[in-house]
Write a protein of this length. Sequence first.
Length: 301
Amino acid sequence: MVETSDEWIKTRTGIVERRVSKPEDEASDMAVAAARQAMDMAHAAPEDIDLILIATVTPDYRLPSQACIVQKKMGMKNAAAMDIAAACAGFLNGLSIADAYIKSGQFRKILVIGAEKLSSVTDYRDRNTCVLFGDGAGAAIIEPTEGERGILSTFLKSDGRYTELLWIPDGGSKYPYQSLNGSDPRVYIKMNGSEIFKHAVRMMGEASLKVLESAGLKGEDVTLMVPHQANIRIIESTARRVGIPMEKVYLNIAYYGNTSAASVPLALNEALRNGKVKENDIILMAAFGGGLTWSAAVVRW
Ligand code: UT7
């Protein structure tokens, strides 16, 4: 489709394969599939969930929220539902919001999902972006726990000055989607990759160091780091800065590419299922995305 090579993509990004859903598949169906797995693991029933948070930049509709669509599809009749717009950092923002609500006592069982159908906003004529993005979903159930385990600390930050480094110009009220068609590049993700790269390296490191500091921990205390999987070079540089050897970093970028808000929960779920996460392990998660937004969380499993 574009002038590129397998060699360029692998060495510059670490991506080997990606998943792309069928055009007729709904992003909410991936969210539901991930939510079902999380609910099975947590032995939760749909009526137990009292808040649904979905991080996504690719909802089925602009109105209503994707969280309301998932609520309908899953019959979660006792829940409040809302979306989080924080691009790739969205799942960790969701974790932080869930943590605060649980601590406040307002909600007791919260479903947090990161789900993206990025193929629907990828311009397959643009080699700066079309080799990077994939589709996927991941989910977690957050609830109160006893003792020392659980979310130890979270960190969130944004810098709204950099809108145009990573954005989808069309589809909002400024450029309503109806006025454009699929041949107009404004309907797709646009990214200034090298500028985003520089910010990502700095901010993933900052988020990781700050969240560890507020939990009273250091890089050497981390059992496993689960980073946003956008570029292997960003991950390596962040791990180096935080003092975490690459053997302690969970990687699946080769298989999925960049799935935005789905990336961290997809990797966390895989790490868990592959036996890489054990009770009392210290798990550090960090992400960076358009906005700009950057977030991290540290959990004692
Ligand atoms: O998910 C959250 C946010 N996203 C990210 O964190 C992504 C951050 N950025 C990146 O991962 C990297 O910047 C990219 C992978 C997007 C690009 O890698 P880079 O090493 O920063 O490349 P570049 O943009 O500086 O481009 C270097 C060269 C350019 O050619 P010239 O001008 O040197 O002749 C590009 O035109 O590579 C060229 N190029 C490509 N060549 C082959 C850009 N994309 C491609 C491609 N295939 N797909």
